[in-house]
Design a protein around this ligand. Structure first.
Ligand code: NAP
Length: 538
């Protein structure tokens, strides 16, 4: 039996639930298909100790309901994963979203029908949906890398993954624990696990920059002050470069007198977390300006670590700050001052294999009870390319994107009419406050659907020309930045064999929104809009 709906949304994380809320409010029937056994997306799967958001809670929350904004009380400046998951569940209950979500429903395939307007969507268990529109809301960091070392199965202890954390509590007391990977996940869990484990060893391949979170409880006064001016706060976030509400000093860092520049960095270091990159306008654009920020952070990292040998290993190498996603930490570097925490630099002494007792590097065998992989994700495209998505003339999305993702506005793909992507490659996505970008795109899509329905349009498709132009624009904006200087997951460098293409749009959320607005105002130039007779109607 096939369930017929107006819109199928794939994924029930922040993006999928927001899409459901909005499209349903327009009177559309919506089916949200979620592979997991509960809602929440990455915030459901990444339940590792220490997981928290590094965008401020007041900004990493939905803006669509002023009532929700007023009711919800964030307890900390940077919310923990359990608190965020409680928030998502609260939203789902408050807006009666669960009824339209099918859990345990992994989409195997979505195929464009012969009418080139509707889609057939099939789950792995054979259930089918037919929809006029399909919205991909599977997340950018939701397909974990399947890291495996030689002889891993011989290991007698337990192996965990930060991105597929078990739902039962894990007791580290008295245990010898390894963490492999020092991205945000490894950096967040290190100081927390260090507190209870007998021994913690962190295996680092690349030292990265990290800024202190300066986390703190949200006082009643602060809560009230934010809530009284919430609309203003949302507007300034929308009009800031990355949706965090920080507006950089308009001067080039290098042009500012040293004493003044250092004072600005010091203030940002003590308060801004991720926003440190926005202290001056050109930190991610100009090498000399970036050098000043990189040198400041390296000095700060050094000050936090007592042991000179460990300190040297923790200081990032010769790449510009921010070109690999920096972490925002709560005591990461200080954790290495504890007697029970060790650092193994696997760029010097690589892991050769697991043994029955633990991990063998080129110079030693390290015994463990628990090994945790925090080795990251197949970013941006991993989840989008998991199901078989088949557009016009049997063309699959995997074939279409074989040399890297192409789209118009990051949202629509030529040859895949009525298929839309939320916060995917080609949009500000991971270079922005993802939740803000999600809401911008959902609202814009809602307007597009309303326009299409009012004009008798059944098929919305990006033109090949608009797609080509957008890809060129995304690349041109990236070339203005320092991002291309460093292999990172922004560039597809995290997976062997992945096309090296700069994935997100680096023109900022405000610039991006203006382009979206202009596109809408032009009657959706760049799209071919077809009516029932398959003639272009707009
Ligand atoms: P990640 O940033 O990609 O870091 C993965 C780490 O694992 C890197 O240190 C990497 O080393 C290492 N690694 C990868 N493969 C390895 C291998 N085969 N052997 C040894 N080491 C290996 O992943 P993540 O820490 O899960 O974070 C991913 C992203 O999720 C973050 O950048 C952030 O956007 C998001 N996130 C956000 C939060 C938050 O909001 N606070 C928390 C967690 C994650 P190399 O650098 O050498 O590749």
């Amino acid at each position: 039996m096939t369930t017929v709906v107006d819109v199928v949304v794939i994924g029930a994380g922040f993006a999928g639930l927001r899409a459901l809320y909005t499209f349903r409010a327009m009177g559309l029937s919506v089916a949200v298909l979620e592979a997991a056994d509960d809602i929440g997306g990455v915030w459901y799967h990444n339940q590792y100790p220490g997981a928290r958001c590094d965008v401020e809670s007041f900004d990493y929350s939905y803006r669509f309901s002023p009532e929700l904004e007023q009711e919800w009380r964030w307890s900390e400046r940077y919310a923990t994963q359990p608190e965020i998951l409680r928030y998502i569940n609260h939203v789902a209950d408050r807006f009666y979203l669960r009824g339209d979500v099918s859990l345990n429903t992994r989409v195997a395939r979505a195929t464009l029908d012969a009418d080139e307007a509707t889609w057939s969507v099939e789950a792995e268990d054979g259930r089918c949906w037919s929809a006029d529109r399909v919205v991909l809301a599977m997340g950018q960091l939701s397909t974990p890398k399947q890291t495996r070392y030689t002889d891993q199965d011989r290991f007698a202890g337990r192996i965990l993954s930060s991105a597929q954390w078990p739902k039962e509590p894990i007791d580290f007391a008295g245990k010898r624990v390894a963490i492999i990977g020092t991205g945000s996940s490894g950096v967040q869990m290190t100081p927390v696990i260090a507190k209870t484990a007998a021994q913690l060893t962190v295996f680092q391949r690349t030292a990265n920059y990290s800024i202190p979170a300066a986390n703190a409880p949200v006082s009643d006064e602060e809560d009230a002050a934010v809530k009284v001016r919430y609309r203003e706060r949302r507007e300034s976030a929308r009009n800031s470069p990355s949706g965090l509400g920080f507006v950089p000093d308009a001067r080039a860092a290098i042009e500012v007198p040293e004493v003044e520049r250092e004072a600005a960095f010091e203030a940002a270091w003590n308060r801004l977390g991720f926003g440190f990159a926005l202290t001056f306008k050109d930190i991610l654009l100009d090498q000399a300006s970036n050098d000043t920020a990189s040198a400041f952070i390296k000095r700060k990292i050094a000050e936090q670590v007592d042991d000179p040998a460990i300190r040297a290993k923790l200081i990032p190498g010769d790449f510009p700050f921010g070109t690999r996603r920096p972490s925002v930490d709560s005591g990461y570097f200080q954790a290495f001052n504890r007697d029970n925490v060790a650092l193994v630099d696997i760029s010097e002494t690589p892991i050769e294999a697991f043994t029955e007792r633990g991990i063998r590097t080129t110079d030693a065998e390290h015994p463990f009870d628990i090994v945790i992989y925090a080795t990251g994700f197949d970013a941006f495209t991993g989840s989008l390319l998991k199901p078989e998505i088949v557009g016009r003339d049997g063309l699959s999305l995997r074939e279409k994107w074989s040399a890297g993702p192409v789209s118009f506005l990051g949202i629509a793909i030529h040859d895949f009419p009525n298929l839309f992507v939320l916060v995917g490659p080609g949009s500000p996505s991971l270079l922005s406050n993802v939740l803000l970008s999600t809401e911008e795109q959902v609202d814009w899509l809602a307007d597009l659907f309303t326009y299409a329905d009012a004009h008798g349009i059944d098929a919305i498709e990006a033109t090949a020309e608009a797609e080509r132009d957008w890809v060129e624009h995304v690349n041109a904006r990236a070339e203005e930045t320092l991002y291309l200087k460093t292999p990172s997951y922004y560039l597809g460098a995290e997976m062997p064999g992945k096309p090296r293409v700069f994935m997100p749009y680096s023109g900022g959320v405000r610039g991006y929104r203006r382009i979206l607005e202009k596109t809408a105002a032009s009657g959706y130039q760049g799209f071919e809009l077809r009516g029932r007779a398959r003639a272009a109607v707009a």
